[in-house]
Design a protein around this ligand. Structure first.
Ligand SMILES: [Zn+2]
Length: 138
């Protein structure tokens, strides 16, 4: 039976929509060259090593990665995670917020949930890294 969600996102709730707007601004700021090149249909600059992530710009203007074929069974959004720069305050906020929403979940749990939507680049900008877990005061 075909997956009806194939090729499209789930409808967004307001909160998710707000998060995507912030993420979009962050990408515009941090990945301005890549955004320009991808939109123009050119390959991403070698220096930034994003190419192996198969980046593309979605219809909202967000840069996403294509995960390898073995992740076919999951949602479109999980197969096409939004690329995020490392070590940015907004990324730290996303991690912290997810941690709280999950009832102060541990690192692995928080990381796995975030990985459903985001691919956070490592310092060498090619691999996903573990987002640093920022302890909050319970
Ligand atoms: Zn906590």
């Amino acid at each position: 039976m075909p997956n009806l969600n194939e090729g499209k996102e789930r409808p967004l709730d307001e909160e998710h929509y707000a998060a995507l707007r912030l993420v979009k601004l962050l990408q515009q700021q941090q990945f301005s060259q890549e955004l320009e090149r991808l939109t123009a249909g050119r390959l991403v600059h070698e220096r930034l090593r994003l190419r192996q992530l198969n980046p593309f710009v979605d219809e909202r203007g967000l840069i996403r990665s294509r995960r390898p074929a073995q992740s076919q069974a999951v949602d479109w959004e999980t197969r096409h995670p939004i690329l995020l720069p490392p070590l940015h305050q907004l990324v730290r906020d996303l991690v912290r917020e997810k941690h709280r929403k999950l009832g102060h979940a541990g690192k692995t749990n928080t990381r796995n949930h975030l990985a459903q939507y985001y691919h956070i680049l490592g310092p060498r900008q090619q691999q996903s890294v573990r987002p640093a877990h920022h302890l909050c005061r319970h």
